[in-house]
Structures are given as C-alpha cells and as structure tokens.
Design a protein around this ligand. Structure first.
Ligand SMILES: Nc1ncnc2c1ncn2[C@@H]1O[C@H](COP(=O)(O)OP(=O)(O)OP(=O)(O)O)[C@@H](O)[C@H]1O
Ligand SMILES: [Mg+2]
Length: 357
C-alpha cells in the first residue's frame, strides 16, 4: 500500500495595480493592490457585481488582466495561461463528472499532471480521507448529498497540491446547517495544511467565520482590508459598517478635537472617542446594536417603538429625532415597555467615527 500525504506548497499572491475591463467600458476590477500571505485564508466579500469572481479568475488565469501584474510566490504569472499556473479552483456548482466514481473524479486531474496511476490513486484516497469521505471511493456523485459532493470537489482541488487554492461561493448550493459544517471543514483543512486560500462570498457571516483577513470590495475597488475584528470594530466608512454586521448609522457633529480624541454631539449627548483623523464638523457614528445602553444613563432621547423578547435577549426598535435605531440588550429580566421614553447612551467600546455620507 502506497502511503501518501498531501503536502503544502503554499505561496503568497500579489496584485500590483490590477485592472480588468470587459469590452469597452465594463470596469470589473479597478486598480487593485493586494497581498495574500502564504498559508492564510483571505476572503473577497462584497455585493453582487463588485468584481469578486473576476478577481479570483484572474489569479487562476481564467481571465487575463487588462493592466497590472499578478505574482504567485516570486513568479510573475500575469501572462501565463491557466494550465501553467499552480492553482486550483473549487466552484459553486462542484462541477463533478457525473459518470465517474468519487475516486475517479478526485484522481482525474492527477492523471493530467502526469502522475502514474497507483500514485494518483493513493493521493486521491488520502484526499478523500482528509475531507472525511473515507470509504466513498466507489460511489457516483448522484449517490452523495450536496455537502458530500462539495467535499469531493474540495478533495479534487487539494490533491493537486496547488500553491493557491481558490473558492468561489463554495457553499451557496448547501442548506444553512450544511453550510456551517462545510465552512468549518474547509477552514480546518486550510489551517491544518497551512494552505493559501482565496475565498469568495457575499455572506458577511461566512466571511467573519472563516477568514484570517477580509477584503471588502465595492464597485470594482477595495473598500477596506482587515481582520474580521478590525472590520467589525473599526469600519472605515458607512458602506463597510453596514456590510459587515448590523450597524446603526447616527448623524453627529464633531464639536472638538483634542489630540487623537474627538468630542461628538448627538442632540444634547456628548461622547468622546477616537477621532480617526476626522476634522470638526458633521460626521457619523457607526454603532453596533449590542453596544447601546438604554434607560437611566446619560444619552439622547428616544421612544421605544417596539420591544421584542427573543429568549436570550431583548431587541428594541427606537424612534429618535433623526430616525430609527436598533438595540439589543442582555437584560431580559427587566424589559422596557413599548411607547416609553428612554435615554440612549453608548458603552465604553461603543461607536466609531466615520465620515459623513
Ligand atoms: N465575461 C464578462 N463579460 C462582460 N462583463 C462581465 C464578464 N464577467 C463579469 N462581467 C461584469 O463585471 C462585473 C463584475 O463581475 P463579477 O462576476 O466579478 O462580480 P461578483 O462580485 O463575482 O458578483 P456575484 O456576487 O454576483 O457573483 C459585473 O458588472 C459583471 O457584469
Ligand atoms: Mg461571483
């Protein structure tokens, strides 16, 4: 019996001023600079049409850049065709061969790469074991669940030991429960083997759960790059604040700047926080629903429009002079009543200051 391990040739990916224009004027990707470190899982996140798939396909060589450079490891691959790049891609649709067994599907690409049959087989068996499908070798794809089919697609990509592994919305054909399971599997395999993965999704929760770093894209450009925590705690603008998790966007006035600290006013409420380079004048606060205090605290005035008990917490919709706010409180023992007047304040790690809209 040939023992075979899947080894790791993970390489970094670099984008230098990369643009992609389709036809005459569809700018799908606009001057992107990006580094994906070796052994990290980086997610491209953004709304439909923002350029995620195009970015991924340019790494694979399935699209050629219009301008700029792409490097994988130290090698400039900008002009290399897909077949000469050491990259594999896992698609949303799995794209398994229906008439081939699971084992044949996984070893298919290895045959092309010139592996002798016994070694291709041994690697495929190792790949299937890695994704938790030991003993499924002889089945047809039609005899597997959606989650199992997607894992076959992952195994097929893994056994090629690519320098970079690409995933384009790999979970969108799965139901909610399987989605969580398969995303945890993908992350565990990536971390165990130290693979470089570029992962595309438009689901912010999925991105927060699996990523070392998230690249938020908007209209063909990068809006912000950061760890999940950095993006959640310190979004640069209202687009990112709103796209990553729920955020209330509250208009405010920066009334004073002292050093790196801004004093802001929301109605009569004054609050101090990091100025993040903003000048005095109109601005916005992005504040997460769980970082709001209600009741007898210092704050601005609001009316409780709706109070909902959801078991582990209370959810409140609040009416204020500048619109509605959503708040989540842990205190289910002392619910506040609908139509009552309350003060709304911010917790100590509360809002962040972002530019006005
Ligand atoms: N082959 C093509 N020819 C012309 N325009 C294209 C082509 N592929 C993509 N586009 C356009 O480029 C832009 C970016 O497309 P892309 O597929 O990268 O978006 P996406 O972020 O992956 O979106 P989604 O979340 O819907 O998959 C869109 O405006 C799209 O219409
Ligand atoms: Mg896409």
């Amino acid at each position: 019996m040939v023992q075979m391990k899947i080894s790791n040739k993970a390489a970094p990916v670099n984008f230098v001023g990369v643009s992609k224009v389709f036809g005459r004027n569809v700018v799908a990707v606009d001057d992107i600079n990006l580094t994906v470190e070796a052994g990290k899982l980086v997610t491209l996140l953004g709304p439909s049409g923002c350029g995620k798939t195009t970015t991924l396909r340019m790494i694979a060589g399935l699209e050629m850049v219009t301008s700029g450079q792409i490097l994988i490891g130290d090698k400039d691959v900008t002009k290399l065709p897909a077949t000469d790049r050491d990259v594999s891609m896992v698609f949303q649709s799995y794209a398994l061969f229906p008439h081939m067994s699971v084992l044949e599907n996984v070893s298919y690409g290895l045959g092309f790469s010139g592996f002798p049959k016994p070694e291709a087989r041994a690697r495929a068996v190792a790949g299937l074991e890695l994704v938790g499908l030991k003993g499924y070798d002889g089945r047809l794809p039609s005899e597997l669940s959606g989650g199992q089919q997607q894992r076959v697609a992952v195994a097929r990509a893994l056994v090629l030991e690519p320098q970079v592994l690409l995933f384009d919305e790999p979970l969108s054909n799965l139901d909610a429960k399987l989605r969580r399971q398969v995303r945890e599997d993908i992350r565990a395999i990536q971390q165990d083997l130290g693979l470089t993965v570029v992962y595309v999704t438009h689901d912010q929760e999925e991105a927060l759960a699996v990523s070392d770093e998230i690249v938020v894209m908007r209209d063909a450009r990068i809006a912000q790059v950061g760890t999940p925590r950095e993006l959640y705690d310190a979004p640069v603008d209202s687009f990112v604040a709103d796209f990553i998790g729920e955020a209330n966007l509250i208009p405010c006035e920066v009334v004073a700047i002292v050093g790196d600290t801004a004093e802001v006013a929301v109605d009569n409420y004054r609050y101090r926080l990091a100025s993040r380079g903003l000048p005095t004048g109109p601005a916005q606060l992005a504040v997460r629903p769980a970082r709001i205090m209600l009741g007898e605290c210092e704050g601005f005035d609001a009316t409780i429009a709706k109070a909902t008990y959801v078991g582990v917490r209370m959810e409140y919709s609040l009416q204020t002079s500048f619109g509605s706010i959503f708040a989540v409180l842990d205190d289910v023992a002392h619910p506040l009543k609908a139509n009552s007047r309350v003060k709304v304040g911010f917790k100590q790690t509360g809002p962040v200051l972002i530019p006005p809209n």
